[in-house]
Design a protein around this ligand. Structure first.
Ligand code: FAD
Ligand code: NAD
Length: 463
């Protein structure tokens, strides 16, 4: 059996693993990365990137359909828009291919050795990789587990036939006529909205009383309104029970059994860590629920073994995985680092988009803060009006005694791009006066952020 000896071995080349490897290479660490599938992981190949490409296509097509129906307020009309969905999917696949090759190039540039195959731990320092050319042994001083996560399967509604996962949904070559989505969380809403805009008749079945239960109700309301405009049927407090002859059987809030006809049933009820793959059970690492338990340096319970990304818990977001990966590479290089982030912004790419950074008003109050809230609507923002997107608002939550900003939230078209300003403000410990005293360029949606801070200080200018 061939053998590689290295300082650092990373298992998994998702956003956590590949960023860790690139940074390690930059720091002169002799690093090896093992990947069973395509470089880039869930995010790049079946997650963030292909889903956002599909959302973009669906928005363009939907806008064209509205224009054709004479519903464009600015007077643009088009004749009978059509979509070649196969071409759209090929375009999306092209982007994924380009970015995945880009990851390989970046790893090579950082002199990271890439081993293609499935890794299995022999012990805390040795991993066996099943490659196309046979077994390869890798011995490393330090190992980083970045094996990510996979979709949760429902016991009574297993994947197969018309029951599909998000990865399958992103690989469809035809737009389903009737799509039933189980789970009104991130994936259910992002993909459910996209398919509704592409022409599917969409129903969303959510077990809890609210769509996107992880976000507060004020942020979710505009999204629910939009889904209603799109003709999406939303069933909250409803449980999916079984599949029967091309239909999903659900138990409604009122306790009635109902049949939802479907060409496809997308199950999007969460993701589970790949914490048992790679022989991880044999290592017997401490767990935090289903996840691998880590400390503030991403160390596991075994010396020399780190874990990053989705396999370590919520929030299962690419940018968290990347930040952990970068930190671990620096720790392995001997730098003093620990997890000290004040916030991990979260965005739901719905219509309109939602962004949440830091504490919501409810969370701030329950942590004992006396708070001031400033909220500014996009209906009073010039740029939003010129973009035909006056729905939504920016909200700032700050301590009443010091004006320290605790949370920033927004719902509205394109607000995902405000995430950088929001995260920076919280990370740098900004106060309301810092935002109020910063010139925000006109006309931009970011002026709503400025105005929300002014509002919390009691002197908003444009409302
Ligand atoms: P992953 O990206 O899951 O990568 C793990 C890698 O490890 C995989 O490539 C896998 O093949 C490899 N691997 C596993 N076991 C082995 C083994 N034994 N040997 C070799 N290789 C192995 N997050 C966002 O922040 N923004 C978004 O917009 C967003 N959209 C999403 C949309 C969808 C549809 C989905 C499913 C997820 C989305 N996410 C999004 C979540 C994001 O994809 C994950 O948080 C992120 O990919 C986690 O990165 P990771 O490095 O921990 O693991
Ligand atoms: P999720 O946790 O966001 O949503 C799952 C939803 O399914 C919840 O609302 C839950 O109440 C509901 N549910 C659970 N069991 C159910 C049942 N039996 N019947 C009906 N509803 C049920 O999970 P997801 O949408 O699968 O996404 C997985 C993860 O991927 C997310 O938590 C997030 O970390 C990541 N993700 C992020 C983005 C983004 O950042 N924009 C996009 C997609 C995915």
């Amino acid at each position: 059996m061939k053998e590689i000896i290295c300082k650092l071995l990373i298992i998994g080349s998702g956003p956590g693993g590949y960023v860790c490897a690139i940074r390690a290479g930059q720091l002169g660490i002799d690093a090896v990365i093992v990947e069973a599938a395509r470089p880039g992981g869930t995010c790049l190949t079946v997650g963030c990137i292909p889903s956002k490409a599909l959302i973009h296509v669906s928005e363009q097509f939907f806008d064209a359909k509205r224009m054709a129906a004479g519903k464009n307020a600015a007077g643009i009309t088009v004749q009978q828009p059509a979509i070649d969905f196969g071409k759209a999917v090929s375009w999306k696949d092209g982007i994924v291919g380009k970015l995945s090759s880009g990851v390989t190039t970046l790893l090579q540039k950082s002199t990271v050795k890439i081993v293609h195959g499935t890794a299995t731990f022999r012990d805390g320092k040795t991993v066996e990789v099943d490659t196309e050319l046979g077994l390869q042994l890798v011995r490393a001083e330090t190992i980083v587990i970045a094996t990510g996560s996979e979709p949760v399967e429902l016991a009574d509604i297993p994947f197969g036939g018309i029951v599909i996962s998000s990865s399958d949904a992103l690989a469809l070559r035809e737009v389903p006529q009737k799509l039933v989505v189980i789970g009104g969380g991130y994936i259910g809403l992002e993909l459910g909205t996209a398919f509704a805009k592409l022409g599917s008749e969409v129903s969303i079945v959510e077990a809890t009383a609210q769509l996107l239960p992880q976000y507060d109700a004020d942020l979710v309301r505009p999204v629910a309104r939009r889904l209603a405009d799109l003709g999406v049927r939303v069933m909250t407090s409803t449980k999916a029970t079984r599949v029967s002859e091309g239909a999903l059987i659900v138990s409604t809030a009122e306790g009635r059994e109902e049949q939802l006809d479907a060409d496809r049933i997308l199950v999007a009820v969460g993701r589970k860590p790949r914490a048992s793959a790679a022989g991880l059970d044999e290592l017997d690492l401490d767990r935090s629920g289903p996840f691998i338990r880590i400390d503030d340096r991403c160390r596991t319970s075994m010396r020399g073994v780190y874990a990053i990304g989705d396999v370590t818990g919520e929030p299962m977001l690419a940018h968290r995985a990347m930040a952990q990966g970068e930190m671990v590479a620096e720790i392995v290089a001997g730098r003093k680092r620990a997890w000290d982030k004040r916030c991990i912004p979260a965005i739901c790419f719905t219509d309109p988009e939602i962004i949440s950074a830091g504490l919501t008003p409810g969370e701030a109050r329950s942590q004992g803060y006396d708070i001031e809230i400033g909220q500014f609507p996009f209906s009073a923002n010039g740029r939003a009006l010129t973009m035909q997107s006056e729905e939504g608002f920016v909200r700032v939550v700050a301590r009443r005694d010091t004006n320290l900003i605790l949370g920033l939230h927004a719902v509205g078209q394109g607000v995902s791009e405000l995430s950088a300003a929001f995260a920076l403000a919280i990370e740098m410990g900004a106060r309301l006066e810092d935002i109020a005293g910063t010139i925000h360029a006109h006309p931009t949606r970011s002026e709503a952020f400025h105005e929300a801070a002014l509002k919390a200080l009691g002197h908003a200018l444009h409302i």
